[in-house]
Design a protein around this ligand. Sequence first.
Ligand code: GDP
Length: 300
Amino acid sequence: FEKLKRGLAKTRDLLLTDVNDIILGKKEIDQELFDELEEALIAADVGPAFTAELIERMTDSVRRKELDSPERLKEVLRNTMKAILKKNEAPLVLPKNGIFTILVVGVNGTGKTTTIGKLAHQFKEQGHSVLMVAADTFRAAAIEQLEIWSQRVGVPLIKQKMNSDPSAVVFDAIAAAKTGRADVLIVDTAGRLHTQVNLMEEMKKMKRVMSRELPGAPHEVLLVLDATTGQNAVSQAKMFSDSVGVTGLVLTKLDGTSKGGVILRIAKEYNIPIRYIGIGEGLDDLREFSSEDFVSALFE
Ligand code: GDP
């Protein structure tokens, strides 16, 4: 928790310093206070929908006389954030039997490879036999990076030559898993934005091949988003969920950004569970998302 708190320090500074300033010197809750609060929330990247719901709930609390002094505002703010984020809290649960397949998607540079390495490590620690799958065959660097993680965490990598068909790599991986070599497959995919249409078609094909070879696969389509990119992360969430369908989110690089509020925005606007958050480059710096811990780290 202390690590999470340190990681979220910049976001906390941005959000709470403003909120404290607004409360300071105010004797009553009035429209002016709400206007200032609204401005601070928008500045913190939490998005219009989240801000609107927050202000609405607070206005309600004033009406019900639960919120009767500016000092109580922070408490109501905290509880409301928690309530909104709670809806997006749903940890990824791996079944006891069968092969579980995770397709990891996202734009290059968001932290896909790192997340795959960290996940492979966690699942291995939990006793699973994991395979990493190099289905970004477009960049030699992508395969090399995965190779490094594969050695680092001691999890085998399924790969082919550069420029081979990503679906063929996935096919191989599923065949290997079926022979009993693995019960979890974590598939890296290409994230080149400038060829968006091809990329999405490639993903759809991969999904088709997976479900043909293994009913129910992919069991999870995990979208990796970089929290430091704020608004870009929001549009990537839209692009990927519209085109390939996303079943879970990972928000990386929450450490060292003041834009962590974007998690609230994405939670509110896209009803996709937030599975994990990344708070550093180390092996253990990928945490299961907990609304309770997240909000506590922001306010304590
Ligand atoms: P990819 O291109 O999407 O596969 O991105 P990489 O996994 O190579 O990550 C890009 C950079 O972001 C690397 O330098 C990672 O170490 C770094 N990174 C990934 N996740 C996190 C995180 O949660 N926190 C921080 N501070 N850095 C991260």
